[in-house]
Structure formats: C-alpha cells, structure tokens
Design a binder for this molecule. Structure first.
Ligand code: FMN
Length: 347
C-alpha cells in the first residue's frame, strides 16, 4: 500500500481519545460479517478509517481450534488499529475464546457482539439475544475487562418489553467495565431495514459522554457529523462505506481534516489503481474467486458520475475470473468517456 499517499496531507492535527485508544479520527470501519476480511480492512485503513473491526468471530469455533475461524484472527501489516469482535452465548465460552483470540495477536480492543439479529446466532444465545439476558452480557464484559484490553460491546436499541431499557443496558455495560458502547439505533426485529433511531443514540451520548460509538444509516458526511454533533465519541461506517469507499475521506474533509486531494477528489485513474491493488491483495490473501466478488461489490459504488462506468460495470458483471476482470479494469479507458473533464490528480 506504500505506493499510495497517506490520506492526511499533514500529520493528523489532533487525536481522538476513544474507548481507551488514541485514534487519528472518530471514523471507524464497522464489523461486517463476510466483508471485513484483512485485505478489505487494509483498503479502508488506506482510505482513512481510524480503526477497523474484524468480522464477528465465533468463540466456540476458536475453542474448537477450527482452522477457518482461527484464520479470521489474521492482521495484515499496515492496517489501522484492529478491534476483534467476538460472539458467544455464555461467559465461559466468551472468555476462553477471547484468551485464544488475544494470544500472540496485536488487537487493540475486544468487541462483543450483542447486536446480531440473525437466527443462527440468536439460537446460540449470542448476538442480540444477550439484550434479553443482561446478566450474561454484563458478566461477559467484566470477565473480558480482566484481559487488559479495552472492551467494546456492540448493542442495538432495546425495544419495549425487553428486561432493560437502552439506557439501563448501556449503564450496566459501562459499570461492568466497558470502555465504549457501540450503539446501533435499530431494534433486533428491524434487522437492517427501516430507519435507525438517531434520537436514542444521541440521547445515550448525552447520558454517557465520550462513551458512545454511533451506528446506523451513515451514508453521507453530514450523517456522520450529526452523530458527532450529538456527542457520540466515534462513528461506525458500514453500508455507506461499502457503497462509497471514499466516504471516509469525504467525511474527514467535511469535518475539517486536511485530506490529501487524491482522496478528496479522486480521479478515475487513482480510484482504479486502488481498486486493482485491492483486488490483487484479496486474490493473494484468499484467492481469485473472492477477488472477483469483492472487486465487483466495490465497483458498483465507485466511479460515481464517471461517464461510461455503466458499460464497464456491465462488462465486469459477466466475468468470473480475476485475471480477466483485472484486464477489463486495466482497459477502463475504453469505457470511460471525456476523461479530460474529470478533476483530481493522478498518482
Ligand atoms: C453485511 C453486514 C454484516 C454485518 N456484520 C456485523 C457483524 O459481524 N458484527 C456486528 O456487530 N454488526 C454487523 N453488522 C452491522 C453493522 O456493523 C452496522 O451496525 C449496521 O449495518 C448499521 O449501520 P448502517 O445502517 O450504516 O449500515 C453487519 C451489517 C451488514 C450489512
């Protein structure tokens, strides 16, 4: 990644102390199962994420020494501080899994998933099921806080009928030793649809100053800034950052950071060289099939407003082989029109 300039033109002007870490900004890459693999985290680190999350990792899988699960603990050189996110349905499994996860690795904080609404996680008593079982949730936090790293549970808004309100749940987590509570303003029943409740996230940020990390509906710099204005310490970028990988840089610029022009106004050439580098890195890490999947996923949101991108996307859609896709992307000139009108510098 060293071929690309750093995202900040000058050394980041100030640091954000958050959740026991000193970060370059308050903008973090969210945990995204099946998505936040090491090459993708490295890509977003380059694009301005101040810290990145792993996918949620099964503590039961770690305890069984499952090879696939253990591989999820990899960190690549150059990544921003990495938070490992774990899930389990009981405290003993969580603690043993965390001990395994932290052996010989350089994670900077431990996340606990108390937010996942998917049935296969809920049926293990994990994820959002813990919102219905506060005693277990709090004991997980207090046992992990003995391991020496900041503990960052991630929860959702607690709907009526749950044992505790969102405020009571946040207080319980903080009293148990959590350094930061990541709060997604949707209920478990909402899963990922409907609007995230910014009011509840803001209200918790007001109640627990410097302790809340916001999540939910961050698609624009203004939406991220709104959470910060409400007092949230940090913001998780999730689907918005997948839809627009330059959302980090645009938001940093919006917040007043001195962002390198290559990222603030990325030229198609610059974007393409980043995308090719990313694809090569995914290919080297987990093979050509995954490179095709990941690159196509990002391609659909990149190059917004570039004339001819539709043709490039259609050509890419048909391809299943990374070498072939790489060739098509390298010949993007054949698709992009009126390149002379695009502003921004090339590398
Ligand atoms: C594909 C996908 C995978 C996700 N995986 C996780 C996960 O592993 N752990 C977690 O805490 N949240 C996970 N989330 C939730 C996100 O971290 C985030 O809280 C959520 O998408 C709300 O933010 P948004 O509305 O800005 O996308 C996932 C979301 C999506 C869309």
């Amino acid at each position: 990644m060293s071929a690309f300039p750093p995202v900040f033109s000058v050394v980041a002007p100030h640091r954000t102390e958050a959740g026991g870490l000193a970060l370059e900004s308050p903008l973090l890459l969210a945990p995204l199962a099946g998505v936040t693999i090491p090459p993708l985290r490295l890509f977003y680190s380059l694009l301005g994420a101040a810290a990145v999350h792993t996918e949620m990792i099964s503590c039961a899988g770690l305890r069984r020494a499952n090879r696939k699960t253990a591989a999820m603990l990899d960190i690549l050189p150059g990544e921003a501080p990495v938070i490992v996110q774990l899930f389990a349905g009981d405290t003993e499994t969580m603690l043993r899994g965390a001990e395994t996860a932290l052996e010989g690795t350089s994670f900077r904080a431990v996340g606990i998933n108390m937010a996942c609404p998917m049935p296969k996680v809920l049926k293990k008593g994990a994820g959002a099921r813990l919102l219905e079982n506060p005693g277990t949730a709090f004991s997980m936090v207090s046992s992990l806080s003995g391991l020496g790293l900041p503990v960052w549970p991630k929860i959702r808004k607690c709907p009526p009928g749950y044992p505790l309100t969102t405020e009571e749940f946040c207080r319980g987590l903080l009293d148990a030793g959590a350094s930061l509570v990541c709060l997604h303003g949707r209920t478990p029943a909402q899963r990922y649809s409907g609007e995230a409740d910014r009011e509840i996230v803001g209200a918790m940020a007001a109640k627990f100053p410097e302790k809340i990390c916001a999540s939910g509906d961050v698609y624009t710099p203004e939406q991220a800034a709104d959470y910060l204005r409400r007092g949230c310490r940090t913001v998780l970028m999730a689907r918005g950052a997948l839809a627009d990988p330059f959302l980090f840089a645009r938001t940093l610029a919006f917040l007043g950071y001195d962002v390198h022009n290559s990222y603030r106004n990325p030229s198609p050439d610059f974007q393409m060289s980043l995308l090719l580098h990313f694809g090569d890195s995914v290919c080297g890490y987990c093979g050509p099939r995954m490179a095709v999947l990941f690159v196509k996923r990002l391609l659909s949101g990149m190059f917004r407003g570039v004339r001819g991108i539709g043709g490039l996307r259609r050509a890419a859609a048909r391809v299943l082989c990374w070498t072939e896709l790489r060739g098509i992307l390298e010949r993007c000139d054949a698709y992009f029109e009126r390149r002379e009108e695009c502003s921004g510098c090339t590398i």
